[in-house]
Design a protein around this ligand. Sequence first.
Ligand SMILES: NC(=O)c1ccc[n+]([C@@H]2O[C@H](COP(=O)([O-])OP(=O)(O)OC[C@H]3O[C@@H](n4cnc5c(N)ncnc54)[C@H](O)[C@@H]3O)[C@@H](O)[C@H]2O)c1
Ligand SMILES: [Zn+2]
Length: 365
Amino acid sequence: MKSIHVNLDKYSYQVFIEKGILKQVGKLTSQIINPGKAVIVTDKTVEALYAKIVLHSLSETNFDVKLVSIDPGEEQKSISTAEILYETLFNHKVDRKSVIFALGGGVIGDLTGFVAATFMRGIPFIQIPTTLLSQVDSSVGGKVAVNHLRGKNMIGCFYQPKAVFIDTDTLHTLPKEEMVAGMVEVIKYGMIRDAAFFEYLEKHLPEILELDDTTLEEIIYNSCWNKAQIVEIDEKEEGIRAILNYGHTIGHALEALTSYKKYRHGEAVAIGMIYATKIAIAMNLTDDTVLKRQETLLNRLGLSLSYNTLNPHDIVRTLYQDKKTIGGKLRLVLPTKIGNVIVSDKSDDKIVLNSLTSDTVSILN
Ligand SMILES: NC(=O)c1ccc[n+]([C@@H]2O[C@H](COP(=O)([O-])OP(=O)(O)OC[C@H]3O[C@@H](n4cnc5c(N)ncnc54)[C@H](O)[C@@H]3O)[C@@H](O)[C@H]2O)c1
Ligand SMILES: [Zn+2]
């Protein structure tokens, strides 16, 4: 079993990664929390695939467990679904000694974490992420939230889990597009701080796409390790944690402009990474090889790296609405080489606009 210690003083926790770990959830949890009341929150798709294994494991270790399952989908990340979950917690007589499990993708993780953070001012929760994106990103680091009509993730807080259990077996049922979307975040870690990992991904992409368990374990471990290193230094995103937003500022603009319907998050981030690199080249921060290596790797995932049909002026305007804009200045995470990025507010609209239109003329309508 691979494990990572996320060191946040009294909020520290372990991330465990192992094929088949779902069967050990009860045993591993009982080493951290005394068996008592437990609630598993999941969605209907994940319930059908994995709830039984986790339920069984928890019952076997004397947890009094209740399962609650909601419809899948981003719309469920809402205050109204949170209220339904609070009701379940009250009915099951959950208290601050109980534990609540998030079994599913990032939607379940963010929503359940938010409910755990707010119910009775905070009860213990454990992440059991089942999508690649949630295994390498959302389950580690303690950002929990629900969406608001005014914007995604606008109502939330930082609330760390007590543990994260990652089972590579769950990736075998994940739709290919979800796997690809998660891979973009994996590649992001290579780009922002780990050149050797980027090279590893270039070399081992075929095994990853064939879902070779040892390779999957390796990439999840490296991703979580890199994220943990950043979160340990800057838990509340007051500084360096911003580099995790590489590709995300432009990515979010593309998602917002298309009402979150056209692109999967990972697809938008991939395009965002490419244009952030074009901006960095225009500012003489980096060179063409950095662009080519990313394009090649992302293309091998089958991703389209252009944002066709959107108006670059609209993209720039939307960039300013990002909640990470500070003092009206654009702050972009820009690569200097594979494995290093800087946070810069030195780009201006002209550079951004030029980069957004460079060699995309043929695909712009
Ligand atoms: N908290 C953070 O730091 C953070 C970071 C990144 C993303 N997020 C959030 O994560 C969410 C996206 O997460 P996601 O991409 O995991 O999406 P998701 O939770 O919607 O899951 C995607 C789909 O896959 C299905 N699914 C889950 N596991 C499966 C499995 N093993 N086999 C088959 N199907 C499975 C789900 O039912 C769902 O339909 C967004 O809301 C985003 O804001 C949060
Ligand atoms: Zn992301």
